[in-house]
Write a protein that binds this ligand. Structure first.
Ligand code: NAP
Length: 249
């Protein structure tokens, strides 16, 4: 992409599959050392190995992002190993959809913990060295559900809206230390998360809502995240970028 990155280290959560893996590969292709985080060791391990096989710099770290002690421990380990992390991409996420009347408290809490509280845990653990270095990038992967809301997704939409408010607040808190905080909000992207929407009548219904008439690819999101992580995006903070084929026009 011809972007500028100088000896940067990134943490990408949910880098084992889908959007996170594309983000990890894209940052690594720009020379960034990427720490691939996911819950399943085989998944983040395969992502890191694939980047290394292509000549990139990567390592794998299996962490449940919803577990605050596990994230705190991972952050301490990363700061010891690298001195600090320059780019934090909060991408790990899950859905547990259901209408309010049927949604269990467990389904509410699991989605809030994995998608939203995780961002707080990682920021808390990694921001201090960024402030000392006076450079940093925080990029939250939210969703169009967090902007428009979505029936059947009160847990997910609330978490994704929270990720937007968190990034805007961090942008204000951390600007004086040259740390930017932005959000990418994908629409329908073809990954494991959306397999049930990708075929048959459901796919037709989804595509009818997308002016560009196709699902996005993980690379479409990775392109935006990589740009926001680069030196070239130095004057952009507190913003939300929808990458959704025009769904939210
Ligand atoms: P995906 O294919 O289901 O992959 C999710 C990734 O998150 C996996 O690598 C998974 O780890 C990891 N993960 C899940 N729970 C975790 C936990 N507790 N701790 C650590 N890692 C965990 O999802 P995706 O479609 O790429 O979505 C990525 C992000 O984009 C999510 O935040 C999602 O909400 C958002 N998004 C997606 C779409 C879409 O259409 N796909 C639309 C809008 C927003 P393992 O690989 O180890 O299982």
């Amino acid at each position: 992409m011809n972007l500028t990155f100088t000896d940067r280290v990134a943490v990408v959560t949910g880098a084992g599959r889908g959007i996170g893996r594309a983000i990890a590969e894209s940052l690594a292709s720009e020379g960034v050392h990427v720490v691939c985080v996911s819950v399943n060791p085989a998944s983040c391990g395969a992502a890191a190995e694939s980047i290394q096989a292509q000549g990139g710099k990567a390592s794998a770290l299996a962490v449940d992002v919803a577990n605050k002690e596990a994230v705190a421990e991972a952050c301490t380990q990363l700061i010891q190993e690298f001195g600090g992390v320059d780019i934090l991409v909060n991408n790990a996420g899950i859905t547990k959809d259901g209408l309010l009347i049927r949604m269990t408290e467990d389904d509410w809490q699991a989605v809030i913990d994995t998608n939203l509280s995780s961002c707080f845990y990682w920021c808390k653990g990694l921001v201090r060295p960024m402030t000392k270095k006076r450079w940093g990038r925080i990029i939250n992967v939210s969703s169009v559900s967090g902007i428009s809301g979505n029936a059947g997704q009160i847990n997910y939409a609330s978490a994704k809206a929270g990720m937007i408010a968190m990034a805007k607040s961090l942008a204000k808190e951390l600007a004086s230390r040259t740390i930017t905080a932005n959000v990418v909000a994908p629409g329908f992207i073809a990954t494991d998360m959306t397999t049930s929407f990708q075929e048959g009548d459901v796919a037709d219904q989804v595509l009818a809502t997308i002016p560009l008439k196709k699902f996005g690819s993980p690379q479409d999101i990775a392109n935006m995240v990589t740009y926001l992580a680069s030196e070239e995006a130095n004057y952009i903070t507190g913003q939300v970028f929808t990458v959704d084929g025009g769904m939210t026009i």
